[in-house]
Ligand binder design. Structure first.
Ligand SMILES: [Zn+2]
Length: 156
């Protein structure tokens, strides 16, 4: 699918950011089967597990105002400040809307994913495990053990 180009700075927030892809790949390797850009409560979720109702977001440090990497843009642009405020209030609204519908919302900064994707992945896997039914039923086909079947390990 070709991305629609919007005018102005909105185009900078791309759909599939580098840390998002990194986390998706890490989750996939552990057998976590997510849905991409799934919609619930009118919110587009970056990485969704609809069966377990776990929603994962990776927020860009710059556009969402990460406290560690917050920098004023050169020239103190009012447009950027307004944009940041909009992003942050939308993030909060979206989280709340999802939680009201019973979702567990996990938000990570892109720097967290880039610096320790294994840790972030573990938080997601723990949340999925917490949401799995007592029967071990996982409608998202999550293989939480993460170990391959023994037959796959045996050589000729
Ligand atoms: Zn950051």
């Amino acid at each position: 699918m070709a991305g629609k180009r919007r005018k102005g700075m909105a185009a900078i927030r791309s759909q599939d950011t580098k840390p998002e892809i990194l986390l998706r790949k890490a989750l996939w390797r552990k057998g976590a089967r997510y849905r991409l850009h799934y919609r619930a409560a009118s919110v587009r979720i970056d990485i969704a597990f609809p069966g377990s109702r776990v929603a994962v977001f990776v927020d860009g440090c710059f556009w969402h105002g990460c406290p560690e990497h917050y920098r004023k843009p050169p020239g103190d642009k009012p447009y950027w400040v307004a944009k940041l405020e909009r992003n942050r209030s939308r993030d909060a609204r979206n989280s709340q809307a999802l939680q009201e519908e019973g979702w567990t919302v996990l938000r990570f900064w892109e720097h967290e994913v880039l610096s320790d994707v294994t840790l972030v992945r573990q938080v997601v896997l723990d949340a999925l495990q917490g949401r799995a039914g007592p029967s071990g039923e996982t409608s998202d086909s999550v293989l939480l053990s993460g170990s391959p079947a023994p037959s796959q390990l045996r050589g000729g």
